[in-house]
Write a protein that binds this ligand. Structure first.
Ligand SMILES: [Zn+2]
Length: 139
């Protein structure tokens, strides 16, 4: 694939420099059967350095994971060599099975089948609390 252009697919732009691989892993892009390019340390007027991921296929992205990992990311949807859509991800209001509750007395510790659900309780501070025991997610 020509890494400068993709005909139909997705460009994930403005990823924090050196975080491209984390995004790649979190989205399980290695399991796709299409070309995926990660460009690291690209020059950016806005950010100095950034990472970019180009996916040579239209897939359903998990925007919650992306928004949680890096709310500054921009998504570009490419169709027939043209950018047809560009949008920013946002901090998700709720994340499921991305973070695990560390409180040993939380019901999620006892009930292995339960989803780990965290709710965004403070957007400014990016505070997430466990839905069950309200434990704050630690960084
Ligand atoms: Zn909990």
């Amino acid at each position: 694939m020509n890494i400068d252009s993709i005909r139909n697919g997705i460009v994930i732009d403005h990823i924090q420099a050196k975080k491209g691989l984390d995004i790649y892993d979190a989205l399980k892009l290695g399991e796709l059967d299409c070309s995926v390019a990660i460009i690291t340390n690209a020059r950016s007027k806005k950010m100095g350095r950034k990472d970019i991921i180009k996916i040579d296929k239209s897939i359903d992205l998990d925007l919650d994971i992306l928004g949680y990992l890096d709310p500054n990311i921009t998504i570009n949807i490419i169709k027939d060599d043209k950018r047809v859509k560009k949008f920013h991800v946002e901090l998700p209001k709720e994340v499921v099975n991305i973070i695990k509750c560390k409180n040993p007395r939380c019901i999620t510790s006892a009930e292995q089948e339960l989803n780990h659900v965290f709710i965004l309780t403070d957007k400014e501070k990016k505070t997430y609390r466990c839905k069950y025991c309200e434990t704050v997610k630690e960084d």
